[in-house]
Design a protein around this ligand. Structure first.
Ligand SMILES: *[C@@H]1O[C@H](CO)[C@@H](O)[C@H](O)[C@H]1NC(C)=O
Ligand SMILES: *[C@@H]1O[C@H](CO)[C@@H](O)[C@H](O)[C@H]1NC(C)=O
Ligand SMILES: *[C@@H]1O[C@H](CO)[C@@H](O)[C@H](O)[C@H]1NC(C)=O
Ligand SMILES: *[C@@H]1O[C@H](CO)[C@@H](O)[C@H](O)[C@H]1NC(C)=O
Ligand SMILES: *[C@@H]1O[C@H](CO)[C@@H](O)[C@H](O)[C@H]1NC(C)=O
Ligand SMILES: *[C@@H]1O[C@H](CO)[C@@H](O)[C@H](O)[C@H]1NC(C)=O
Length: 546
């Protein structure tokens, strides 16, 4: 596999961190207000302290970048229509910025949390408040640092928007959060260095809700390591129906997720409801999210929940990585018995998403015809200095961290962006844009679009988009999809959200340049009023010189 694919994979894997079960983490008040169906919008405030702490999620002690001392961080919950206020206290000893992944940020583009695009970073020892509403979206999301590789070191948590009008409300009894991630014992800035001197790097482990065991005999001499640190445990009660919200926060790794003997029915992908679709094994790529309904319909016992690395898209050394497991414990089953190993064996192709044809939107929409087409080739090769980089039509993204694109728009300086900013401007409200990516690399690339969901019109092999194969009748809408190895993907979105929206590979993207910026409706942006606290960040940057 290519060095780049490895980079992309690594980045993705690190992102996915599980929650520490089995303590209940759902906000009972929110769930009750959802059940009552008459919800008054409210403000949900979260005080989040980012700091480095020694932790041993899998028994191996390392410095983890945490949110409130936890890894993964606390779950942010709200109801559709609510306001979310996140007070970020940065004690990481490095600048940071927090992105709420999947939030449209309509009317508040300055809170999207991308250094160089939508804000200047939050300096160390400084507090910044993100403050936005979620009027028109509900589903399974996450939040994470968008600064360098901080999310791989632990700055990640789930973000759940409950839906008072959830069409599936009557079809499940409880919710369970499952966060999957690849996990490294080395801090990401060191991993990144080893990537940039092409040596393949494989994760040391994988976690489910922040837990797993590790064989300490593999740890380097002098490490602090405890065997059998413990698996995440999920409590089932016979015949109850559970909505599992599954989030892949990997840096780099894709997984197949399943529960032995239990059928899953997909009902949500990234904020879009789907028709119920039965599956046994769920492929989940970096940064993607799904909800599935699982019924506790098996004999009272313990069962294995498993997250299997898709090793075809990983370096050869990954072959020795074990299946990442957790325990599903039925009420009444013995506490400590070892579950039988009875995996589902359905064949699934590796390194591509769940077949989009199986994701039928619950609500059908008439999708508009495209009025503009942008075609971009993805390639990886050395730049003029001999450094390995990623290119979109031969342009590798170079962020300008001294300011941000949004700042430049407010200052009237955006007309002069360098070509290395990979910026595309859209001036017409309602313009319907098709983006075709042609990937000539032998690595897959999970691409995430900020500020939007897009219709996924199709994916395919080769270097020509097969227009006759595009689904323009009933495609799924999502915010992250994988461009296949040596293949293409086609997506469509509508220009309707003034702001600067990143569209990028969710891996070592900032480092290798596989990033574009969508500048939407700049004439509308300049009529908006960003808060002073936001403008001050760029002034601080200049005075403090970080
Ligand atoms: C952080 O701020 C506090 C109080 O404002 C100050 O006492 C401390 O020295 C600062 N620490 C750093 C690392 O700048
Ligand atoms: C959040 O934004 C709203 C609307 O601008 C404002 O009324 C409120 O005071 C803000 N809250 C905080 C904590 O900044
Ligand atoms: C998470 O994303 C990474 C990066 O694309 C991918 O390799 C991995 O398979 C994903 N994991 C899951 C569970 O989808
Ligand atoms: C990218 O390059 C391709 C092929 O060279 C070309 O057809 C396409 O128009 C280019 N895209 C843009 C946005 O310039
Ligand atoms: C545009 O950039 C060039 C080169 O960086 C600079 O000389 C010029 O002053 C800039 N113009 C504006 C309007 O900012
Ligand atoms: C692409 O090619 C692979 C390998 O030949 C094949 O398994 C897969 O089904 C093809 N995908 C599409 C969308 O045609």
């Amino acid at each position: 596999m290519s060095f780049y694919k490895v980079i992309c994979l690594l980045y993705c894997i690190t992102i996915l961190t599980p929650l520490v079960s089995p303590t209940p983490f759902w906000n009972q008040e929110l769930i009750e207000s959802r059940a009552s169906g008459n919800h008054n919008p409210k403000t949900n405030t979260f005080d989040l302290v980012l700091k480095k702490v020694n932790l041993a999620p899998d028994g191996f002690t390392r410095v983890v970048s945490t949110i409130n001392g936890q890894y993964p961080g606390p779950t942010i919950e709200a109801n559709k229509g609510d306001r979310i206020v996140m007070n970020i206290h940065n004690e990481l000893e490095a600048p940071t910025a927090i992105h709420s992944h999947g939030m449209f940020q309509r009317g508040t583009p300055w809170y999207d949390g991308v250094p160089g695009q939508t804000q200047c970073e939050i300096p160390n020892n400084y507090t910044f408040t993100y403050n936005f509403t979620v009027p028109d979206q509900a589903g399974t999301y996450w939040y994470h640092s968008h600064a360098l590789t901080q999310y791989v070191d632990g700055i990640v948590g789930a973000l759940i928007i409950h839906d008072p009008d959830d069409p599936y409300k009557a079809e499940y009894d409880e919710e369970i959060l499952v966060m999957l991630t690849d996990y490294h014992h080395t801090e990401a800035h060191i991993l990144l260095k080893s990537f940039l001197t092409p040596e393949s790097e494989v994760p040391d482990n994988g976690l489910i809700n922040g837990k797993n065991n590790y064989d300490c005999s593999k740890a380097p001499p002098g490490s602090t390591c405890v065997d059998n640190a413990g698996l995440a445990k999920f409590e089932f009660v016979s015949n109850k129906r559970y909505r599992l919200r599954i989030i892949n926060t990997s840096a780099f790794s894709s997984f197949f997720f399943s529960i032995d003997k239990h059928v899953m029915e997909v009902i949500e992908v990234e904020g879009s409801y789907t028709k119920r679709n039965k599956i046994h094994r769920l492929p989940i790529n970096v940064a993607q999210r799904y909800s599935v309904i699982v019924t506790a319909d098996q004999p009272v016992d313990n069962y294995i929940m498993r997250s299997e690395f898709q090793k075809m898209c990983m370096p050869d050394e990954a072959i020795s990585l074990p299946v990442v497991t957790a325990i599903v414990h039925y009420d009444g089953a013995p506490e400590d018995s070892v579950p039988k190993d009875i995996p589902w064996t359905d064949f699934l192709e590796e390194c591509i998403d769940l077949d989009p044809k199986t994701l039928q939107p619950l609500y059908e929409e008439n999708i508009p015809e495209a009025t503009r087409e942008i075609k971009l080739n993805i390639a990886f090769h050395k730049d003029s200095l001999g450094i390995d980089k990623a290119f979109l039509n031969e342009s590798t993204y170079v962020p300008d961290f001294t300011s941000s694109t949004l700042t430049k728009i407010f200052e009237g300086k955006a007309a002069n962006l360098s070509t290395a900013e990979n910026a595309f401007t859209f001036n017409t409200f309602g313009e319907v844009v098709d983006i075709y990516f042609i990937n000539t690399d032998d690595g897959e690339h999970p691409f995430h679009m900020h500020g939007h969901q897009f219709w996924l019109l199709g994916i395919g092999n080769g270097t020509e988009v097969d227009k006759s194969a595009l689904n323009t009748i009933n495609p799924i809408k999502r915010d992250t999809s994988t461009i296949p190895i040596n293949g293409w993907s086609a997506l469509r979105f509508v220009v309707d959200n003034p702001g600067v929206w990143g569209h990028h590979c969710h891996m070592w993207h900032m480092q290798v340049g596989l990033v574009m910026q969508l500048i939407e409706l700049p004439d509308e942006i300049i009529k908006m009023y960003p808060p002073e606290t936001w403008s001050e960040l760029c002034e601080l940057k200049e005075t403090l010189g970080y």
